[in-house]
Write a protein that binds this ligand. Structure first.
Ligand code: SF4
Length: 492
């Protein structure tokens, strides 16, 4: 990858990584075709719901301690802010840290602003954010409306930066710009790299950058055994922490989809190596992850000692869990790489994987120096081909037909709204809302116990299913056999 920080806008995933949001077939064919970037975008003629790059960008920048966010958008774009604030507060408590509240103001673009432009309003709102929150940096996120009007956000942020004497950082994350909403993560990282990250003053040889969401502190105890310190980025980190990420010994992430851009950029720009291993979900992948960190930080002997001790420590509980879950069928529904990691973990605790749906698929990763970062390839190498594999950008009408046919005993989902779909079908589900919850050796045990607890709620789900009426026609639910009926031809 070659990152261009002189360009204010990130190169979107659609073109950079050949990302797609539709596929059905088997996993091996998907990975084989991805190697040549042979898959083309396939739209849907009907979409039930979606997400947006702006929301993904704000999932990161809302939670930077000491920063404020100005959203140059109609107020509706920020419908999710109270949920974000709730999460930030809950995770602050879980990590034993000071409560973090989101400091955000919307410019509330109105119809007349889309005719005459909204730059004066933007200037006033940045000033208001400065006066109200005394931030050490202000992020300005764009939206479809400001993008279509063509408001020159870059020049206003430059002017206000000079006036206020703090970084005022534009994040170009208009929802319409990319058909893959995770581009919003990259847009936020791109702006942080352009305007906040400083060249290293010194190297912190025991510091590990962990690119994650607002999750619990589950990495530190494992890294501590390796005499390493965790640097959780970006949510709940301070502006100063972000500036120093170039000083870390290595970068890791809880999901390649989330961390692919920034980790590769840090390696390219500042020589901070991205750890070349799958994320630590499942015993074998955690072993690989520890060994890869050890290789970069000169701790190979210690790594072997830690791995042996951890295996011995969890062995009795793991065996018990595997016996309890043996033969139970599982379906995984989550974002791209995270779904692969959860599938690996599910098999590790004894479940039989009957299928996966990922919300999109990147045909390549940003860091091309290692095949170990291609998580689907890792999954196939570890567990064999997955015959029921689909890519679907969160369309419940599609997934319901897959689930009705495969009838798993339990579902693992990343987004909580989709656990409801599972319950309505009488299938217990667990929600990986805290994406850090299942990492490492302790994570395997915790995950197995959560699945077991979920399976025991089956009567409750069956009761719900008995009283549910879906909003789909009889034709769709009973007569049309193809869940992918609304997918269009590939765009060449
Ligand atoms: S930025 Fe665009 S896609 Fe995103 S919420 Fe606003 S209008 Fe919708």
């Amino acid at each position: 990858m070659s990152i261009n920080l002189s360009n204010s806008q990130v190169n979107i995933r659609d073109s950079r990584l050949g990302s797609i949001t539709s596929y059905h077939g088997d996993a091996q064919t998907l990975i084989d075709q991805s190697k040549d970037r042979a898959l083309h975008f396939r739209n849907r003629s009907y979409s039930q719901c979606s997400d947006c790059s702006q929301g993904c960008a704000e999932t990161l920048v809302y939670h930077i301690r000491g920063a404020a966010v100005v959203t140059h958008a109609p107020i509706g774009c920020n419908a999710g802010v109270s949920g974000q604030n709730y999460t930030a507060r809950a995770v602050s408590v879980a990590r034993g840290q000071e409560i973090h509240n989101v400091h955000m103001i919307s410019t509330n673009i109105q119809e007349k602003d889309t005719v005459y432009g909204g730059l004066e309003k933007l200037r006033e709102t940045i000033q208001e954010a400065y006066d109200r929150f005394s931030p050490s940096a202000i992020f300005v996120t764009s939206s479809c409306a400001s993008g279509i009007v063509g408001d020159d956000i870059e020049s206003v942020t430059c002017e206000m930066e000079n006036e206020l004497g703090i970084p005022v950082i534009p994040v170009f994350c208009e929802g319409f710009k990319s058909r893959v909403w995770t581009t919003g993560f990259d847009a936020a990282y791109h702006s942080i790299l352009r305007k906040l990250v400083k060249p290293p003053q010194k190297k912190q040889k025991d510091l590990v950058n962990i690119f994650n969401f607002q999750g619990g502190d589950t990495f530190s105890s494992l890294l501590k055994k390796m005499n390493l310190r965790s640097n959780y980025l970006v949510p709940l980190a301070t502006v100063e922490q972000l500036a120093e990420m170039s000083e870390a010994a290595v970068s890791v992430h809880m999901c390649e989809t989330l961390g692919t851009y920034i980790s590769a950029a840090l390696e390219e720009q500042y020589g901070v190596p991205e750890v070349k291993a799958p994320a630590p979900f499942g015993v074998e992948w955690t072993d690989k992850w520890i060994r890869a960190i050890a290789k970069e930080t000169g701790r190979e002997k210690l790594a072997e000692k830690v791995i042996a001790q951890e295996h011995e420590r969890i062995a009795p509980q793991l065996q018990e869990i595997r016996e309890k879950l043996k033969g139970k069928k599982v379906y995984v529904f989550a974002g791209d790489s995270f779904a692969h990691s959860l599938a690996n973990l599910a098999i590790d605790v004894g479940l039989e994987l009957v299928g996966i749906t990922t919300l999109h698929h990147d045909q390549k990763v940003d860091n091309t120096n290692s095949e170990e970062l291609i998580t689907l390839d890792n999954l196939i190498k570890s567990r064999g081909n997955i015959t029921e594999f689909s890519v679907c950008n969160k369309q419940p009408y599609e997934v319901i037909k897959i689930l009705k046919r495969l009838r798993p005993d339990v579902m693992i989902v990343r987004h909580q709204g989709l656990t409801v779909l599972s319950a309505k079908l009488g299938i217990p589900a667990i929600n990986e809302g805290d994406a850090n919850a299942s990492v490492g050796y302790d994570g395997v045990i915790k995950f197995g116990n959560r699945v077991y607890d979920a399976l025991r709620t089956i009567k409750f789900e069956k009761n719900i299913a008995a009283h549910v009426k879906f909003p789909y026609s009889k034709w769709w639910l009973e007569e049309e056999p193809d869940p992918f009926y609304f997918e269009k031809e590939e765009e060449k």
